[in-house]
Design a protein around this ligand. Structure first.
Ligand SMILES: Cc1ncc(C[n+]2csc(CCOP(=O)(O)OP(=O)(O)O)c2C)c(N)n1
Ligand SMILES: [Mg+2]
Length: 358
């Protein structure tokens, strides 16, 4: 006779559902930034720096055309107010900066010698990376300028590491990590956002929204095209800024730096800007019309904008012309220096290359 089936163990009485974890409090937000009230001298200095970047980049474009610059070359023309406005609020040597391959303007805005930048562009020994990095891989440990990176978005996770270092060593610095609207769709950007907010790292994520990633416009590639909102699901507050107005940029920088330096965690700034030139020197420019570019140049140019403000506060034509001449001389000197500098020795091929374990 078959044994009666063992009585099934009675189901334990169901437990009351675990209480839901308490909701996180609403994230505090930085105050609305104010447009920076610059003194006459400060505004002149911003204007001077933007003009230096513009003229320097124009000359770099010519040297590229003459075959003196090899490899890639991404110009910053049109975006000058972003690097100048933001970096003018940082403390050189204490804070750190990292960006992508469109990096010459950032170096100039950080007060790095135009001669060594031009020498780097032309692959000379006197270049800031001994001529071995070129346009995309500029670097200055002294200035805590950590590149110059060719892999789109990679600088965001590296920048998060720099911010971790600032916090870990308690050196009081903040990291400014720049990336483009195209890079804003990279996965590692969001992994970085998560860690940065979780650990309240001192980092300002700066999206330079110049409207295009190579030939792809933001609207064609981004489900959320209001890029300042991209940190929301990580509780990172975002601010949208007119990136063609150097004083608006500087004002946003002040707000962001104050917030981040006081230990409140990361902030995301979206700078609305525009690049006038092609993505790099080899760009067929079929994805936008000449009229579009012309219209931005005429209506929103950051240098014209600052010039009009200077005129309005009484800076005369002669003073502006003298400044223009001074900048042209600096750029000519940088180009001459670069052209006359020797190329690195062939033996340099074997230096600064990691061959051992570490
Ligand atoms: C991981 C990776 N994918 C693709 C590329 C090729 N690439 C170089 S620049 C670029 C566009 C990036 O655009 P954006 O981030 O808007 O920066 P912008 O050039 O406008 O400054 C692409 C796709 C790359 N260098 N790295
Ligand atoms: Mg872009």
């Amino acid at each position: 006779m078959a044994k009666p089936a063992a009585k099934r163990a009675a189901k334990p009485a169901s437990k009351p559902a675990a209480a839901a974890p308490p909701a996180q409090p609403n994230r505090e937000r930085p105050p609305e930034p104010k447009r920076y009230e610059a003194s006459k001298d400060e505004l002149l200095e911003f204007y001077r720096q933007m003009l230096l970047i513009r003229r320097f980049e124009e000359r770099a474009g010519q040297l590229y055309g003459l075959g003196l610059i090899g490899g890639f070359c991404h110009l910053y023309i049109g975006q000058e107010a972003v690097a100048v406005g933001l970096q003018s609020a940082l403390e050189v040597g204490k804070d750190s900066v990292i960006t992508g391959y469109r990096d010459h303007g950032h170096m100039l805005a950080y007060g790095i010698d135009p001669k060594v930048i031009m020498a780097e562009l032309t692959g000379r020994e006197a270049g800031i990376s001994k001529g071995k990095g070129g346009s995309m891989h500029m670097f200055s440990v002294e200035h805590r300028f950590y590149g110059g990176h060719g892999i789109v978005g990679a600088q965001v996770s590296l920048g998060t590491g720099l911010a971790f270092k600032h916090k870990y060593s308690g050196d009081g610095g903040v990291c400014m990590a720049y990336f483009g609207d195209g890079a804003a769709n990279q996965g590692q950007v969001y992994e970085s956002f998560n860690m940065a907010e979780l650990w309240k790292l001192p980092i300002i994520f700066v999206i330079e929204n110049n409207q295009y990633a190579m030939g792809t416009s933001v609207n064609r590639s981004s489900a959320e095209d209001q890029l300042y909102r991209r940190g929301e699901s990580f509780r990172i507050p975002g601010i949208q800024v007119d990136g063609m107005d150097v004083l608006a940029v500087r004002g946003a920088a002040e707000t962001a730096i104050e917030w981040v330096r006081s230990g409140k965690g990361p902030v995301l700034l979206e700078l609305k800007t525009y690049r006038y030139r092609g993505h790099s020197m080899s760009d067929p420019a079929k994805y936008r019309s000449r009229e579009e570019v012309q219209s931005v140049r005429e209506k929103s140019d950051p240098i014209d904008h600052a010039k009009r403000e200077l005129e309005a506060i009484g800076v005369g034509e002669d003073a502006l012309k003298a400044l223009d001449k001074q900048i042209r001389d600096i750029v000519v000197e940088a180009a001459d220096f670069a052209e006359q500098s020797p190329e690195p020795e062939a033996s340099e091929l074997y230096t600064d290359v990691l061959v051992e374990d570490y």
